[in-house]
Design a protein around this ligand. Structure first.
Ligand code: UDP
Ligand code: MG
Length: 309
């Protein structure tokens, strides 16, 4: 059996079309049994009603209904955990990930590839800000993390059962699905596809992320001052650093008395204070991570389970 995991957040207008297009593909692969696991991530529209109808009409459709919106990464985790197939395919509900790619993925899997990742070649009508955002994100991640994330790689991927089993025992709280999968390793191959513009509705994700960021800093309010200190430190370091770049050569190289020795000492000190403040800000980030791990909440709370016996 092969499991298809679909995170759903306010996709009421896409679900039926997605389901039909997916069926067209899986019908051609009838040598495999299929299960479709839709994870309703606290949609506020009619998504859950649509899913209930599908589940009522088709036994291979299974639905997990979250009690509220937990985010795509957690929805994916819940789906992969609930999947029982010997391969698990994660795919978006908005048809930006063409189901027609699935046969090629399964073919690679049949040849012994453990992870098949779909890579987006171009996205029509993707706003410039999002393009820049994702470029910057991957550049940054490449710099700071020790697994290399391929730019434009998506969550549209097939993983073998053994990867899914490993994934299940990873307990970190703040998670990125593809990051964890990349970290797990094993034999990985890539498939390219052209992303279409999203069918209906608007992409909610990036704006949600921004709002989340704001909310996060509010809930972890005790860390907020430290973080502010960090930003303040960056500001002070930049300003005093530039001043030093002018002052030091003027004083020591051109031997001008325009800047007094005292002023140079003061500005150097300010520069160092800036660096101390930046370090405090960094510590706030670490503490934030520790906080996340320590609170040890359940990752998600499932309200209903359909067709799970
Ligand atoms: N999604 C989700 N929870 C969220 C946001 C999105 O389950 O909080 C789902 C959404 O329904 C879709 C997929 O994740 O199936 C990708 O979302 P979106 O199209 O908004 O993101 P993008 O295509 O821009 O990555
Ligand atoms: Mg999308």
């Amino acid at each position: 059996m092969i499991s298809i995991v679909v995170p759903v957040f306010c996709e009421g207008s896409n679900i039926i079309r997605f389901y039909e297009r997916l069926n067209e593909v899986t019908d051609t692969l009838s040598s495999h049994a299929w299960e479709y696991i839709f994870v309703n991530d606290g949609s506020t529209d009619n998504s859950y009603e649509e899913l209930q109808n599908l589940a009522g009409a088709d036994k291979k459709v299974k639905v997990l209904n979250f009690s509220r919106n937990f985010g795509k990464e957690i929805a994916l985790s819940a789906g992969v955990e609930a999947a029982s197939g010997s391969a698990v395919i994660t795919i978006d509900a908005d048809l930006q990930h063409p189901p027609e790619l699935i046969p090629a993925m399964i073919e690679k899997w049949g040849k012994g590839v453990d992870i098949v990742v779909a890579i987006r070649k171009k996205t029509e009508k993707q706003p410039l800000m999002r393009k820049i955002g994702s470029r910057v994100f991957y550049w940054l991640m490449g710099k700071i993390s020790d697994v290399d994330l391929v730019s434009q790689a998506t969550d549209f991927r097939l993983i073998d059962r053994k990867i899914a089993n490993i994934f299940k025992v990873i307990t970190e709280r703040s998670r990125m699905y593809r990051g964890i999968i990349d970290w797990i390793g094993f034999k990985k191959e890539y498939i390219e596809f052209n992303a279409d513009a999203r069918m209906e509705g608007k992409p909610v994700y990036s704006y949600r992320k921004l709002i989340n960021l704001a909310l996060n800093s509010m809930t972890s309010f005790s860390l907020f001052p430290l973080r502010i200190a960090g930003y303040f430190g960056i500001f002070i370091t930049l300003i005093s650093g530039m001043l030093l770049l002018i002052m030091l050569p003027t004083h020591f190289i051109f031997k001008s008395q325009y800047f007094s020795s005292l002023s140079i000492v003061v500005v150097s000190n300010t520069f160092l204070i800036g660096i101390v403040l930046i370090s405090l800000g960094l510590i706030a980030l670490y503490i934030g991570n520790i906080h996340n791990e320590v609170i040890n909440r359940p990752l998600y709370i499932i309200k209903d389970r359909l067709n799970f016996d």
